[in-house]
Design a protein around this ligand. Structure first.
Ligand SMILES: Cc1ncc(COP(=O)(O)O)c(C=O)c1O
Length: 432
């Protein structure tokens, strides 16, 4: 006889989804300001580095508290500009956390430098500052500090290590617009920083990014890489001369117009994200087996991505952690929660690093005597444990969603975790 369905029956076992369809609305909200600014851009006649690009740079610099900003076509471009601006040269070692987006580390390869990974801290999911010194060699030039998921790294501790060893600091703030440490926004601590404005980011302009710095010399080096190696911007009289190796990382006017409209609403959007994050945290306090994101004293989390971990021993799971996690994500999706796995691979495990052959002939590792740099996954156990146990979500916490969506997601998560023992992991993952 089939089991009786009740309100508590998990949706994946045939019950009713806890989050009604249509309750969670899409990101980003578009209003008349977006429409007006994008149309106005269309109707003027400089569609490349036009007036919206220049205005976006000024407005972003003012919003974030930087002297200089350069608008780019991606966060990755801004990161590569950061490596160049920091004065990194071929063969230099650059430290980067073992768990992040691929381009936090591949931007180092783009500049013919060698990424050296550092494990992460379990609680914050960010770079473990206490492990940086062990990774420094005489060839170490800089650190890419990633503020992951909306939580800033402890920049007091990080800058103390960097200063002690004369290292440049490039902040990867691609996920952390408006995140604060001791009341200051990320992107104002290091020598320079990169932001992303892609679809999922707290400021979405479709694609796009921003490079920021307070240092005029660094701005110039970044600008040269950004614009074909030239020394003048497209707003000046150009001589079209490549003074150095450059790429084409410029933004365009339409995207910048969209970005400016979203920037006008960014502080309000971030406020919504923080409030919804607080609601969700309250809903989930004390749920067995669920580890919530932390917000240490002195940090202002933006909940860009509300990332949780499953406490495997607490739920009595002794199989492969990622299998239980994947089954839980399936059960949450069935309840209508748009949860997902952000990165299932730690960076050193990715093929580009394992192969040590980015440009052919083993370049850049072979030519710089760096073939022995340690990319063994087992050297980064905390990153691996996190990669296997985490899941997260962005949309339910974003405007235009309010506390109702956060509360529904909270109820659904509680429902799944309270009945986690009912998940038949093998049959749920069958056929994978
Ligand atoms: C931490 C981090 N760094 C860098 C990037 C790259 O940004 P983009 O996709 O704009 O190149 C992203 C986003 O994808 C990211 O999450």
């Amino acid at each position: 006889m089939a089991a009786t369905l009740t309100d508590a029956t998990l949706a994946i076992l045939g019950g009713k989804p806890e989050v009604p369809q249509g309750l969670i609305r899409n990101w980003p909200p578009i209003d008349d300001l977006d429409r007006r600014m994008v149309l106005a851009s269309l109707e003027q006649d400089n569609h490349a580095f036009g007036p919206n690009c220049q205005a976006f740079e000024r407005e972003w610099a003012a919003w974030n508290g930087n002297r200089h900003a350069i608008t780019t076509n991606s966060g990755t471009a801004a990161l590569h500009m950061g490596i160049a601006a920091a004065g990194c040269s071929a063969g230099d070692h650059v430290l980067v956390p073992a768990y992040s987006w691929s381009s936090s580390a591949t931007c180092i390869l783009h500049h013919n430098c060698i990424p050296v990974f550092v494990d992460i801290d379990w609680d914050t999911m960010n770079l473990d500052v206490g492990q940086i010194e062990a990774a420094i060699t005489p060839r170490t030039k800089a650190i890419v500090v990633v503020h992951l998921h909306g939580l800033a790294v402890d920049m007091d501790r990080l800058l103390a290590v960097a200063r002690r060893h004369g290292l440049k600091v490039i902040e990867d703030a691609c996920q952390s617009h408006g995140a604060t440490f001791r009341g200051r926004k990320v992107g104002t601590f290091g020598d320079c920083a990169a932001f992303s404005f892609n679809q999922n980011k707290s400021l979405c302009s479709g694609e796009g990014g921003m490079f920021v710095t307070d240092d005029e010399e660094m701005r110039q080096r970044a600008a040269q890489l950004w614009n074909f190696g030239e020394t003048r911007t497209p707003a000046q009289r150009r001589d079209y001369h490549a003074y150095a190796l450059g790429w084409m990382y410029r933004n365009n006017d339409l995207t910048a117009a969209f970005g400016r409209a979203q920037l006008a609403k960014l502080s309000a959007h971030l406020q919504v994200q923080r409030e919804n994050g607080a609601v969700l945290r309250r809903e989930l306090q004390g749920v067995p087996g669920l580890l919530l994101p932390v917000e240490p004293e002195g940090h202002g989390h933006t909940y860009y991505n509300f990332t949780c971990r499953i406490d495997m021993p607490a739920i009595g799971w002794t199989g492969a952690p990622a299998r239980m996690r994947d089954a839980v994500v399936k059960a949450l999706n069935a309840e209508g929660v748009p949860a997902g796995v952000w990165q299932s691979f730690i960076l050193p495990r990715m093929t580009v690093f394992q192969a040590k052959n980015a440009y052919g002939h083993g370049s850049p590792w072979a030519e710089h005597g760096a073939l022995d740099v340690d990319y063994r996954p087992e050297s980064f156990p905390v990153a691996q444990k996190h990669a296997d146990a985490h899941f997260g979500m962005t949309t339910p916490l974003r405007a235009p969603n309010g506390p109702e969506a956060a509360r529904a997601v909270g109820r659904a998560m509680r429902k799944v975790f309270e009945q986690i023992g009912k998940l038949d992991v093998d049959s749920l993952l069958e056929g994978r």
